[in-house]
Design a protein around this ligand. Structure first.
Ligand SMILES: [Cu+2]
Length: 134
């Protein structure tokens, strides 16, 4: 049972790592400046609101609430030139969070990438919106 001995001795080390590093990480997030909290509701094949505005070079904490009971949704925002690469699923009735920092001012389109076979995509049904970075 050498494996047991190893995992028991590893526990205090992992706890110590947690105690020393997590406050440091938390402090770093707060020291970077004001973060911007944005909440979007997803449901009925739309985003609400469908237009959001944020400041560049400041972290955005995006909360995605899927209010539909059965339909899973998604938030996709990809623009490689602007360094944006978000693709996050939000199961029916659940909430997902994502943090990103938009560095380049501009107007970007986000959408839901869900699509069932033989059906119109959620985006084609109107599930898209605009992120304006000032
Ligand atoms: Cu959707």
């Amino acid at each position: 049972m050498r494996r047991d001995v190893f995992s028991k001795s590893a526990v205090p080390i992992l706890v110590l790592i947690g105690i020393f590093f997590f406050p440091a990480l938390a402090f770093q997030v707060h020291a970077e400046g004001t973060s911007q909290a944005v909440t979007l509701t997803l449901g009925d094949y739309r985003f609400d609101p469908d237009s959001i505005e944020v400041q560049s070079s400041q972290p955005v904490i995006l909360t995605l609430i899927n209010k539909d009971g059965i339909t899973p949704h998604n938030f996709t925002l990809q623009d490689t030139a602007a360094g944006l690469d978000i693709d996050i699923n939000v199961s029916a009735g659940s909430t997902s969070m994502v943090e990103f920092t938009p560095e380049k001012p501009g107007t970007y389109t986000f959408y839901c990438a869900k699509k069932l076979p033989f059906m119109k995509s959620h985006r084609a049904r109107g599930m898209e919106g605009t992120l304006i970075v000032r």
